[in-house]
Ligand binder design. Structure first.
Ligand SMILES: [Zn+2]
Length: 281
């Protein structure tokens, strides 16, 4: 007993020290892979003006760590989806990464905020990535969404099959609920319900806490006016959507570090490091 007590006293400071020494530092990038053209703000923000329009971008987010991690938050979509040919501009999400000298098989992990096709379809481009998705979002995506009364708007059957196969290969972790640390310095939160139980990601980057909200905030207008997205743009819980944005404001170091899913203004607010890449800092 004494021996084990002693050893825990001796070990504890070492363990704590070890953790603080290895606390990783991350760099965060927003990567544009498609331009969605103009659309009225009211389409994405309840109560938003119909006369004013917004430039919609499709993005993925890259987190690189000094711990060897190269993590994507969402994976974009591929030309497999017919509607990519109708967009004003589209490139495969792995090509901006190639310009940053990152090969597809170097992506270690993909955190899926939710399984809408423009966020999940690109997982097939990254053969070695381990997938992280909310357990309830996964369950709904592969099951209930396709039952009578289920909501499968924005879901692709081929993505369901692909994800189920990855799960059977042991390449998927089902994250069970809110405030779950996925990696040191990277935590997943829920509550917005853009899909059945969508998640957003908080990344500790230096002394900053950055939130990659993805579609849990469609555009800056939602955040600035604390207004939900209308039903057409998804959302199982309009009140939860708003509450969730209020909570993000308490979690992030500054409101400017809360990054919405489809707002082209991100590319005006942060430094451009390549034509289609900004660094969130
Ligand atoms: Zn979405």
């Amino acid at each position: 007993m004494l021996k084990s007590l002693l050893s825990s006293f001796i070990l504890l400071p070492g363990v704590v020290l070890g953790q603080s020494q290895t606390k990783p530092d991350y760099h965060i990038y927003a990567i544009k892979y498609a331009d969605g053209g103009h659309a009225p703000i009211s389409l994405f923000a309840s109560g938003g003006p119909q006369k004013d329009s917004i430039d919609l971008y499709f993005m993925t987010w890259l987190i690189t760590g000094n711990n060897g991690k190269k993590i994507l938050v969402d994976a974009g979509m591929t030309r497999d989806l017919d509607w990519t040919s109708k967009l004003p501009w589209f490139t495969s999400p792995d090509s901006p990464l190639a310009e940053m000298n990152i090969k597809p098989d170097e992506i270690t992990d993909i955190i899926l905020t939710h399984p809408h096709a423009d966020h999940i379809n690109g997982i097939r481009l990254f053969p070695k990535a381990h997938i992280w998705i909310q357990k309830e979002d996964y369950g709904y995506f592969v099951g209930q969404a396709w039952q009578k009364g289920g909501q499968n708007f924005g879901f692709e059957k081929k993505d369901v099959n692909y994800l189920v196969n990855l799960n059977m290969e042991g390449k998927v972790t089902l994250v069970d609920g809110d405030n779950k640390q996925l990696f040191p310095g990277i935590t997943a939160y829920t509550g917005s319900r853009h899909t059945y139980n969508s998640q957003y990601v908080l990344v500790e980057s230096g002394s900053d806490k950055v939130i990659i909200a993805s579609d849990n905030i469609w555009i800056y207008y939602n955040l600035d006016h604390l207004t939900s997205s209308p039903y057409m743009a998804g959302t199982f819980d309009t009140l939860g959507y708003v509450q969730s944005m209020k909570r993000m404001k308490t979690l992030a170091t500054d409101i400017r570090y809360i990054i919405p899913g489809h707002d082209s203004d991100i590319f005006k607010r942060f430094p451009l490091i390549r034509p289609d890449v900004v660094q969130i800092r």
